[in-house]
Design a protein around this ligand. Structure first.
Ligand SMILES: [Zn+2]
Length: 278
């Protein structure tokens, strides 16, 4: 069997980059730190000049640093008003267009809030929008993996079960596995046995290919009963990242591991070093 590799990178431009608001410099910094990939963060809106995206594509290709992306926070496919749902769809499509221009192959976003609705109804609505998005992107000839994120708050759509079902129903969808959120959301999934249980489910329900091609988020985290409270550096958190990386290795997982601890590259490098020692 072919050995798959995990690539390690940061959620956004590394902190140590001289020009912190310049993603092109960020990619160069990722490369000089010995990291492997970088996630473009469009958290506060999808704005990027075309010359920046083409330069990003070029530098990412030349340095061998692939990119992923994260859509804006203002997305809610279960909004009360139809125009807010429509603009959420537009934001996802905008993110996909720019990500594609930059050469990113996988994008994540927070799909919806439950707004106290039944999770089953919310699922149907999200699925409907995802089908519309998939169809529009295919007409634009944009091929990108749409990865709703496993979210950390219990008020947000994006449980493990929901993402697995969505992946089964919408062909360009796959989960963005935020294991720190899974832990924060449930108060479980922090042991090797539980990590392996999750990976086994992914393998059995959505296929072994999905383990070879993952988009993962890891950070330190603290949580309360409502889920995700605060992102922390790994050292300050109880999140069991070492057993997670061991489990990912044992399952021959490949793909992107994006670190969104506050110290970004420090935890990303620590994880990469540990993973390489396994
Ligand atoms: Zn996120």
């Amino acid at each position: 069997m072919q050995a798959n590799k995990l690539l390690f990178g940061t959620a956004g431009v590394p902190n140590s980059t001289q020009k912190k608001n310049n993603p092109i410099e960020g990619v160069k910094q990722i490369h000089s730190l010995g990291l492997d990939c970088m996630q473009l963060e469009f958290a506060h809106g999808v704005r990027m000049k075309e010359e920046v995206s083409s330069a990003l594509r070029k530098v990412s290709y030349e340095l061998g640093i692939p990119l992923t992306s994260h859509g804006p926070y203002y997305i809610n496919l279960n909004a009360r008003e139809q125009d807010k749902i429509d603009s959420s769809v537009e934001r996802i499509i905008q993110t996909a267009k720019i990500s594609d221009l930059c050469g990113a192959e996988s994008m994540t976003f927070h799909a919806a809030f439950y707004m106290k609705d039944s999770p089953f109804d919310v699922f149907d609505l999200v699925e409907k929008s995802m089908n519309v998005i998939e169809e529009r992107l295919s007409r634009l000839d944009i091929e990108i993996e749409l990865r709703p994120e496993l979210t950390g708050k219990t008020s947000q759509f994006g449980s493990l079960d929901e993402l697995i079902s969505l992946t089964k129903n919408v062909s360009s969808c796959a989960p963005c596995m935020d294991f720190s959120h899974l832990y924060a959301r449930t108060g479980q999934y922090n042991t090797e046995e539980e990590f392996k249980e999750v990976l086994t489910r992914i393998k059995e329900e959505i296929g072994a290919d999905s383990l070879a091609n993952m988009h993962i988020h890891i950070s330190g985290i603290s949580s309360n009963s409502k889920g995700d409270l605060k992102h922390l550096n790994l050292e300050k958190s109880k999140f069991n990242w070492k057993d997670l990386l061991k489990s990912l290795k044992d399952f021959n997982c490949g793909g992107y591991v994006i670190c969104n601890s506050p110290n970004l590259e420090e935890d990303a490098m620590m994880m990469k070093e540990f993973y390489n020692s396994l």
